[in-house]
Design a protein around this ligand. Structure first.
Ligand SMILES: Cc1ncc(COP(=O)(O)O)c(C=O)c1O
Length: 383
C-alpha cells in the first residue's frame, strides 16, 4: 500500500490521549485532561434542548447563525470596547481548534515561518505543519514564563508571517500584563506580522484581574486575529462552538477554508451559545468564584506537599515545578505518579520544540469536582 501524506509525517497520538488511557488502566485520579469532570449549567442545556424543539436543526449559514455572530459582536463591544461587524468580521467554527486550523491555512504558504511561544497548545504546531509552514519557537522562560525580547526579535526573519500568542495561557496559567503584550505587539507591528491571539480562557482570570484582548492594544486591531470559544466559559467543552474575529479580508480567507473543511457548525448549539453569551454579566461572577475556590484549595494542597510556585492568575491549569521532589524528567515522573500515587497529570515537555525547561514541570488541571481534587490530594500525600 502507498504511504500516507507527508504533511502528517511525525504526527503521533497526542499526549492527552496517552495519559488518559494510562489513567484509566491504573485507576488514577485524572488531573491531566483539560476539561471539567462536572457538567455545565442546566439552564444552558435546557436552552439547547429548547432550540432543537423550536426547529433549529438544519444547516446553519456557513459563517455562523446571525444570532450568534451578533451576540459575539455584542460581548466584544460590551466587555472590551471592540467593534467587530457580525456580517463580515466574525466567523463561527467547530471550537477554537477549527479556528486555529482555518487561520493558519488561510494565511500561511509553504515555507512561511510562524513564531510560537512555547509551551504552546499542541494544535498550533500541527496546523502550521499541515499548511507547509515552519514553526519557530520562542521560549517563555520559567519560573515566570516571560519572553526575552531579544530572543523574540531574533526569531523574526523575512519569511515570518504570523505570531501566535495565548492569553490567558495554557499550560502555565499566566495572564500576560499589558506591558508584556505591548512588547510582543510592537514586534508584530515593526515586522508587519499577523498576530493570532488565542483567548479561549478570557473569562477565567482571578484576583480582580481583567482580560485584555491583544486586539485592544494600540495599532493591533487590524493585524490581530482573535479566537475564542464557548467550551471553557460555560464548562461545556463538548459543544465545540468557537469563533474568529478579524478584519474582513482575513475573515473572508478563513471562511473560504471553513466552507470546505466543516462548512457549517451545529445550529442548535450556536443558538444556545448566543443565549449564553447574553447572560455573561450575571453568569460570570459565580463561574469565576467556582474555579477560584478550586484553584485556592488545590494550590494550598500542593504547597503543603512542598511544591513551590506562584499561584496561577488564569485558566484552570497549574504548571508545577518537580525538581524538589525528584530527579526524574516530567514524562517519567508523571508515569510514576500515575502508577504509584494514582494521580494523572500532563508532562509539559510535549508543549515545547526547543527548550528542555518543561522537563522540570507537570501540568495539573484543577477543573475538577471538589471530591476529585480532594482524592488527588490524598493520593499525593505519600510524596
Ligand atoms: C489554549 C487553547 N486553545 C484552544 C483550545 C481548543 O478549544 P476548543 O475546545 O474550543 O476547540 C484549547 C483547549 O484546551 C486550549 O487550551
Amino acid at each position: 500500500m502507498k504511504d500516507t501524506a507527508l504533511r502528517i509525517a511525525g504526527f503521533k497520538d497526542s499526549i492527552f490521549g496517552v495519559i488518559s488511557r494510562l489513567a484509566r488502566e491504573n485507576n488514577a485520579v485524572n488531573l491531566g485532561q483539560g476539561f471539567p469532570d462536572f457538567d455545565g449549567p442546566d439552564w444552558l442545556k435546557d436552552i439547547a434542548y429548547k432550540k432543537m424543539q423550536e426547529g433549529h436543526n438544519q444547516y446553519a449559514p456557513f459563517s455562523g447563525t446571525p444570532y450568534l455572530r451578533q451576540e459575539v459582536s455584542n460581548y466584544y463591544k460590551k466587555f472590551y470596547g471592540l467593534n467587530y461587524n457580525p456580517e463580515s468580521e466574525i466567523t463561527i467554527t467547530v471550537g477554537a481548534t477549527e479556528a486555529i486550523y482555518l487561520v493558519i491555512n488561510a494565511l500561511i504558504n509553504p515555507g512561511d515561518e510562524v513564531i510560537v511561544l512555547e509551551p504552546f497548545y499542541d494544535s498550533y504546531v500541527a496546523s502550521i505543519k499541515m499548511a507547509g509552514g515552519i514553526p519557530v519557537p520562542v521560549t517563555m522562560h520559567a519560573p515566570d514564563f516571560t519572553i526575552d525580547q531579544k530572543e523574540l526579535e531574533a526569531a523574526v526573519s523575512p519569511r515570518t508571517k504570523l505570531l501566535i500568542l495565548n492569553n490567558p495561557h495554557n499550560p502555565t496559567g499566566k495572564v500576560w500584563t499589558k506591558e508584556e503584550l505591548t512588547a510582543v505587539s510592537l514586534v508584530a507591528i515593526k515586522n508587519d506580522l499577523y498576530l493570532l491571539s488565542d483567548e479561549v480562557y478570557e473569562f477565567l482570570v482571578f484576583d480582580g484581574l481583567k482580560h485584555l484582548p491583544t486586539a485592544a492594544l494600540e495599532g493591533m486591531m487590524e493585524r490581530t486575529i482573535t479566537i475564542s470559544s464557548a467550551g471553557k466559559t460555560f464548562g461545556l467543552t463538548g459543544w465545540k462552538i468557537g469563533w474568529i474575529c478579524a478584519n474582513q479580508k482575513i475573515s473572508n480567507a478563513c471562511r473560504l477554508v471553513h466552507q470546505y473543511v466543516t462548512f457549517a457548525v451545529s445550529t442548535p448549539m450556536q443558538e444556545a451559545v448566543a443565549e449564553g453569551l447574553k447572560q455573561l454579566p450575571s453568569y460570570l461572577p459565580g463561574f469565576v468564584t467556582l474555579y477560584k475556590n478550586k484553584r485556592d484549595y488545590f494550590y494550598q494542597e500542593l504547597r503543603s506537599l512542598g511544591f513551590e510556585f506562584s499561584i496561577p492568575k488564569g485558566t484552570y491549569f497549574m504548571m508545577v515545578p518537580i525538581s524538589k521532589h525528584t530527579n526524574l524528567n516530567d514524562v517519567d515522573y508523571s508515569m510514576k505518579l500515575i502508577q504509584e500515587n494514582k494521580v494523572a497529570t500532563v508532562p509539559p515537555s510535549a508543549f515545547y520544540l526547543k527548550s528542555t525547561e518543561g522537563e522540570k514541570y507537570l501540568r495539573f488541571c484543577f477543573a475538577k469536582k471538589d471530591e476529585t481534587l480532594k482524592q488527588a490530594a490524598i493520593n499525593l500525600n505519600s510524596l
